[in-house]
Design a protein around this ligand. Structure first.
Ligand SMILES: NC(=O)c1ccc[n+]([C@@H]2O[C@H](COP(=O)([O-])OP(=O)(O)OC[C@H]3O[C@@H](n4cnc5c(N)ncnc54)[C@H](OP(=O)(O)O)[C@@H]3O)[C@@H](O)[C@H]2O)c1
Length: 291
């Protein structure tokens, strides 16, 4: 029987894009989804084997990992529990003799991270390293999708409001990450033992992102930096305390330059240049326009 690759978080931003690329490459895929809904039905229609399960339940991940050659592991940033989930995933992968694990981490994953979630990502990396299974960690900077998280403010008030001060970083799209994930899952040996920081092509301040939004939309969008306590207040009833602690801590990290830098890894791994912010915003244009 031909072994499949497993994509967890299959309806999320990186998982969904990884599956698009794997299907394009003709690679047999199993998708682990949290819920059966129109998104999972769409995957099935496109020829993906769908298993429903909870990434924090040992028997669910064990079932999902059966007869899998290489697996992409991603845990949602919005809730606590990544360390236990990682330990379950590693144990199940050992039992199921999975050949390779590709782990979604982040650039701020450090022993001394201010963010609890980023420190947990660092511990999760160490758990996978100790599993004995060949592992690749990807550590992206902030996703380009952050601009879309605040689309309503852009659409309704022509304002981009983020807590990143004047910091520069190179936003990386979920689509480029999906291409990286697909490339690693289809040729994992080449990437065993590697930790890849992933960046978009150009470092930008949010003032420059607002300039790109203005150019693409043909109206003036202004960046109004939000102070970090104000950002925490804004998120208070919308997000978990765990998530708020994370995003406020990484906003500080970003202001201190931790998210900065760029490299040519995406092009080296996928053979394609990463998408820049002008093209990304052009593709997402409708989100920023009121009907
Ligand atoms: N955003 C950034 O700027 C950034 C930067 C660096 C690294 N990262 C890392 O990226 C990761 C998030 O990746 P993403 O953006 O691709 O994810 P995402 O879009 O937030 O999607 C999360 C996925 O996980 C699924 N899920 C949620 N709870 C689950 C559970 N208990 N069991 C099984 N599946 C579950 C969700 O399904 P449902 O929708 O059905 O719940 C969804 O498919 C995080 O680890 C974060 O640290 C993000």
């Amino acid at each position: 029987m031909e072994k499949k690759v497993l994509v967890t978080g299959a309806t999320g931003s990186t998982g969904r894009n990884a599956i698009n690329k794997l299907l394009e490459l003709g690679v047999p895929v199993r998708a682990m989804v949290h819920k059966i809904d129109s998104r999972s039905e769409d995957l099935e229609k496109r020829g993906v084997e769908v298993v429903q399960g909870d990434i924090s339940v040992l028997d669910d991940v064990s079932k999902a990992l059966k007869d899998i050659s290489a697996a992409y592991y991603v845990y949602p940033i919005t809730v606590d529990g990544i360390i236990e989930s990682t330990a379950f995933f590693a144990q199940a992968a050992i039992e199921q003799k999975v050949g390779h694990i590709l782990n979604m981490s982040q650039i701020s994953a450090r022993r001394i991270s201010k963010s609890n979630a980023a420190q947990n990502h660092w511990i999760a990396e160490r758990i996978f390293d100790r599993s004995g299974i060949p592992v690749t960690h990807i550590r992206p900077t902030f996703f380009a999708e952050w601009t879309t998280y605040f689309a309503k403010e852009i659409r309704e008030n022509d304002r981009l409001t983020l807590p990143f001060g004047n910091a520069k970083y190179a936003p990386v799209t979920a689509e480029d990450q999906g291409n990286v994930i697909a490339a690693i899952l289809t040729d994992p040996e080449k990437h065993a033992g590697q930790t890849y920081p992933l960046f978009g092509p150009v470092e930008l301040t949010q003032y420059e992102v607002a300039g790109i939004l203005s150019d693409v939309l043909g109206r003036k969008i202004t960046y109004e930096p939000m102070e970090i306590p104000e950002f925490a207040k804004y998120l208070k009833d919308k997000r978990s305390d765990y998530h708020i602690q994370h995003v406020t801590a990484v906003a500080r990290d970003c202001r201190e330059g931790l998210f900065s830098g760029t490299n040519d890894l995406i092009e080296k791994i996928t053979g394609q240049k990463p998408i820049g912010m002008f093209d990304f915003i052009t593709r997402k244009k409708d989100l920023f326009i009121s009907n």
